[in-house]
Design a protein around this ligand. Structure first.
Ligand SMILES: [Zn+2]
Length: 303
């Protein structure tokens, strides 16, 4: 199975603070091949990347959840720097309503060293849409509930079959000596007059799932895409009910209810309002919920 590594480059809501930059997640998947993606690209993203070992030239796709400034204003600067660095490889930007950003990215006197491909992400309905597929995983989206069209994204790793020594033993097969390569290729072999299929001697290793909620209230679509996730990076703008303002975001009590009604293994709370200045105070609020963590800029997560 592959290795999924995420770096949270920005974890604030709306307005950045000294400690929290605008939302952006750098995700790399290392399997047979390595892929690098950005999810959202708030203002300051390129500078945040310079404080890490990450390479922005390797990003092949950017996934924007919605067109509120805190989630995309880093795009023009990052793309301009890619041009300065003579990028030639095309860059694909997935988003709801791509027409909204085409104008922004062609303003001024941009050079044209590489092509930008815009791809539309559906913003209505209850369907999970597969946007990109490789041998190892797919990236999918689903519309969520914000004040403007917005989506959640998921990286869903494919399940894998692996040879299971116990099954070999149960089938009366030797651990060595049978043509496993041939069995994998052809799906079956005959051994001592008996047909053995590849599935007979394998167990299924469940692929991993990582979900990014975007800005949203808790809604059925979010629950659908986040169910059984190994990791959910979740909008949690408000931590106290007294602070709650209905601008299409989740509060801590909403996320708590979500964690109790679903089978999500780990939840990182992000998109944190600037009113919460003390990380220790937030830590105190989640202390009875071992599956939850408070996001921090430059936090690294391996799944
Ligand atoms: Zn936001």
């Amino acid at each position: 199975m592959g290795k999924i590594e995420l770096t949270l480059l920005g974890t604030s809501a709306g307005v950045p603070t000294q400690k929290r930059s605008h939302p952006c997640i750098y995700l790399s998947y290392t399997g047979e091949k390595k892929f690098c993606f950005l999810f959202d690209c708030g203002e300051g993203t390129q500078r945040q990347i310079f404080f890490t070992h990450l390479n922005f030239m390797k990003i092949s796709e950017i996934f924007i959840t919605h067109w509120h400034g805190d989630h995309y204003l880093g795009l023009p600067g990052l793309i301009e720097t890619m041009r300065f660095e003579n990028r030639t490889k095309p860059l694909t930007i997935y988003s709801p309503e791509p027409a909204r950003v085409k104008k922004l990215l062609s303003s001024g006197y941009p050079s044209h060293s590489f092509k930008i491909i815009h791809k539309f992400v559906p913003v209505s309905g209850q369907k999970i849409t597969a946007l990109l597929e490789t041998d190892d995983f797919r990236i999918a989206s689903i519309p969520v509930k914000h004040t403007v069209p917005c989506v959640a994204y998921a990286l869903i790793e494919k399940d894998r079959l692996r040879i299971d020594k116990k099954k070999l033993k149960d089938a009366g097969l030797p651990i060595q000596g049978i043509m496993y390569g041939e069995l994998k290729r052809k799906g079956k072999v005959f051994f001592k007059g008996k047909e053995i299929t590849y599935k007979d001697i394998c167990s299924v290793h469940k692929g991993k799932k990582v979900v990014y909620s975007g800005d949203t209230k808790i809604c059925d679509n979010l629950i659908k895409i986040a169910d059984k996730a190994d990791l959910l990076i979740q909008d949690c703008t408000y931590f106290d009910e007294d602070d709650f303002e209905d601008y299409g975001h989740a509060s801590f009590s909403d996320v708590l209810a979500l964690s109790k009604s679903t089978r999500i293994k780990r939840i990182i709370l992000t998109h944190i309002s600037r009113r919460y200045k003390s990380a220790e105070e937030l830590q105190e609020k989640i202390k009875n919920n071992p599956c939850m963590e408070i996001a921090k800029d430059f936090m690294k997560v391996t799944v």
